[in-house]
Design a protein around this ligand. Structure first.
Ligand code: ZN
Length: 270
């Protein structure tokens, strides 16, 4: 499933391609997406493309002067793909759920498992997730410490709670904990101030580096150009069960936490 860096990659790639484009029409091909009330998009232009949590947001100008803007939020879930097609060629129809045609080019939403969502909002805030964005400057060490305080969960499970931090999934939770030198099994209650500081620093460092590498590709992820990410070559522990730790040489272990695989190096993580 795409996590924060993959969604940020898609939003960054779409922004220069979509901004200023004028909508010709919106076609919803999947009846499952028709239940949500859909706005008139024709002749609106794209004013902004950004990420909010794990969703890609596309802002459209008001339909008429004095009217209201509208924001489209796409959550890709397991197998969703949002891709930009600059030419007018007929799109691949298999699993095509929605398509927006612009004055130049088209934006396509494909999704084999159809678990992704496409929703409409009056403001970007309305589409914002409950959890805090881990890259937001508003997330200070003090705030992070107060969010962790009183928790009894293991730190890996806590990092993946979307009502706390938005956007971290299974891959980056394992990588962040390796970078911070903290065992995924630790209860958040046992983290001292220095470890909390390290954990926040590692969270930002890993997510930013993944964004620079256009995300990690496992199974279905493709960016807006239909290209796969390249961060997988930097993975230190995720998916490396049985291989040697590149830092200390110890064998990477895998175990299951809440039905999800967790990877750790017993030499580097305490
Ligand atoms: Zn190690």
């Amino acid at each position: 499933m795409p996590e924060l860096p993959e969604v940020e990659t898609i939003a960054r790639q779409l922004a220069p391609r979509l901004t200023g484009r004028v909508v010709r029409d919106l076609r919803i091909h999947d009846p499952k997406l028709r239940s949500t009330r859909r706005p008139r998009l024709r002749n609106r232009s794209v004013v902004q493309v950004c990420r909010s949590g794990k969703r890609v947001l596309v802002g459209f100008s008001p339909a008429a002067p004095g009217g209201a803007a509208i924001w489209m939020a796409v959550h890709l879930r397991m197998t969703g793909r949002l891709t930009w097609h600059p030419d007018g060629k007929a799109p691949e129809r298999d699993h095509l759920r929605a398509r927006i045609r612009f004055d130049r080019g088209s934006l396509l939403f494909h999704d084999t498992r159809r678990l992704g969502t496409l929703t409409w909002h009056p403001t970007p805030e309305d589409a914002a997730p409950e959890g805090v964005d881990p890259l937001s400057p508003a997330l200070t060490v003090a705030r992070f410490a107060s969010m962790l305080a009183g928790g009894g969960q293991s730190v890996k499970v806590w990092l993946m709670r979307q009502d706390r931090l938005a956007g971290i999934g299974n891959i980056y939770a394992s990588e962040i904990l390796f970078a911070a030198g903290i065992s995924p099994k630790r209860s958040v209650a046992t983290l001292d101030r220095a470890e909390i500081r390290k954990l926040l620093g590692a969270t930002r460092r890993i997510l930013r580096r993944a964004i620079r590498n256009c995300g990690t590709t496992f199974s279905d992820f493709q960016d807006a150009r239909g290209v796969t990410g390249s961060y997988q070559r930097y993975l230190a522990v995720y998916g490396r069960e049985g291989a040697a730790c590149r830092r200390c040489g110890r064998i990477i272990e895998r175990f299951v936490q809440q039905q999800r695989s967790t990877f750790l190096c017993g030499g580097c993580q305490r």
